[in-house]
Design a protein around this ligand. Structure first.
Ligand code: C2O
Ligand code: CU
Length: 473
């Protein structure tokens, strides 16, 4: 079968947990995908039925994959009953292809269509989702998009894992009128939890009815079949709307090689990942003996154990471990400081443009989330000329972490909480820590001209106004 034909077909199929290892197509080929948004009722776990929106009939949407240098042509059809567009998260592409309704294109009306054509890059684990300024994204319009780098170290097996949680209908309504009734949801024994004061919150605006990996809850999740001796690559995306997740594979250390798809200068071995909303990590493990182990997204939610899948060697599939949350007590978790190495006290370097952004809001149940005291669209913009060097320094005055994201660029994290990183981390989302945390980005204005959003990837905060933009003049 010709590759284009194969890809056309596979785009309509359910996401497979196991990825075909290393396809090798010629870079000149144009890869065509069809993507259709429709309403979908799906049942991630027994007793939970969710009425939402989905791309091409599945949550998450089809797994898209190209080799670096290949061009894609995505024919998007909107049949979901409301205006939408498709944003390609983490890609540097022409601004008109960025898929932000009302900013980079008019929204595609119900019954309408739009053709996205671009060369996906940079290489790595990226994703796509709708980008409406409303709660549409709560309802299932997202998927993973991998731009394969032929120079990457080969894996014996590879799995794409999309972590997401199904909001309860009640809390969607509550979030929309700002009356949160959601329980406190936080990883058990996490450093955040231990450092929390009474009244602190962590992405708790929304209550969730199910916790999924690739659209299913344990024990409905597809198991990951691996062989003894295999070196396995996991591509993990946190597509949750509001919450940070810790991810752990029982009995194994994880070697992190890529953050938001970008290679780390030095891979880092940890017991658990910490993944903010919108972040991706590529994590590897080696199967040393026969067995079955639980891979789990950790939170203190009573249903948290459901966000799990079994990793097993041949013949061990029936030995499903008990589904109970693993503890994070005494566990070494990923952090930017560990990945980048701390080089001492941070001194703000020279740059053509320096912005200080104070993140505030949410006080006393307020729905307003602000940057320097203003909510979108009144927020201060960053106006750049081609070639400008830009520094953005965030200070978080709220009691929640904020996963700050920039469209159309890769930035480098050069500072975390006052300490300089020895090896700046190339990313497109960064968690700015609650209660006074600071973090600095460095980037060059070398992307195509246009309007590139900069916002908190917690949907509730974004909609509350924690958003601005980088504008090329
Ligand atoms: Cu995942 Cu505005 O982006
Ligand atoms: Cu936020």
């Amino acid at each position: 079968m010709r590759r284009t034909a194969f890809l056309r077909r596979s785009a309509g199929a359910m996401i497979a947990a196991a990825l075909p290892v290393a396809s090798r197509a010629s870079p000149s080929e144009l890869v065509r995908y069809d993507l259709t948004a429709r309403r979908l009722r799906f049942a991630p776990s027994p007793g939970v039925s969710f009425a939402g929106l989905a791309f091409s009939g599945s949550v998450p949407g089809p797994f898209l994959r190209v080799t670096r240098g290949q061009r894609v042509c995505v024919h998007y059809r909107n049949r979901c009953g409301e205006p939408t567009a498709v944003h390609w998260h983490g890609m540097i592409l022409p601004n008109a292809m960025d898929g932000v309704s009302g900013i980079t294109q008019p929204p595609v009306p119900d019954g309408g269509s739009f053709v996205y054509e671009f060369t996906p890059g940079p290489a790595g684990t990226r994703w796509y989702h709708d980008h409406e300024y409303n709660m549409a994204s709560m309802r299932g319009l997202f998927g993973m998009f991998v731009v394969e780098d032929p120079l990457d170290e080969p894996a014996d097996a590879e799995f794409a894992l999309v972590f997401h949680d199904v909001p309860s209908p009640r809390t969607i309504a509550a979030a929309m009128d700002g009356t949160s009734d959601a329980p406190m949801v936080d990883p058990i024994g996490s450093p955040e939890m231990r450092g929390m004061r009474a009244g602190d919150r962590m992405g708790d605006e929304i209550g969730y009815a199910a916790h999924c990996i690739n659209g299913a809850s344990y024990p409905k999740t597809a198991p990951l079949a691996v062989n003894v001796g295999a070196r396995v690559r996991l591509r993990i995306l946190n597509a949750n709307l509001t919450e940070t997740r810790y991810v752990r594979l029982a009995g194994h250390r994880l070697r992190v090689t890529h953050a938001d798809g970008n290679p780390l200068e030095q891979p880092l071995e940890v017991d658990a990942l910490r993944i903010g909303v919108g972040e991706r990590y590529d994590a590897w493990f080696e199967v040393r003996k026969p067995g079955a182990w639980l891979l789990q997204g950790l939170s203190s939610d009573p249903l948290g154990f459901e966000q799990a899948a079994v990793v097993h060697t041949p013949g061990m599939a029936t030995l499903s471990p008990l589904a109970a949350p693993q503890s994070l007590e005494g566990v070494e978790a990923f952090s930017y400081e560990k990945a980048g190495g701390v080089a001492g006290r941070f001194v703000l370097p020279y740059a053509g443009i320096v912005k200080h952004f104070l993140l505030e809001g949410g006080a006393y149940g307020s729905r307003a989330w602000t940057i320097n005291g203003k909510s979108w669209p009144a927020t201060e913009k960053i106006v750049v000329a081609r070639g400008d060097r830009v520094l953005v320094r965030f200070t978080n005055k709220t009691d929640m972490d904020h996963p700050m994201h920039l469209h159309g660029h890769t930035f480098e994290i050069i500072e975390v909480d006052g300490r300089a990183l020895a090896r700046p981390l190339a990313k497109d989302v960064s968690l700015v820590r609650a209660n006074g945390g600071t973090l600095t980005w460095r980037f060059a204005a070398t992307s195509p001209a246009g309007r590139w959003l900069l916002h908190c990837h917690n949907d509730v905060h974004m909609m509350g106004g924690m958003m601005t933009e980088v504008v090329y003049r």
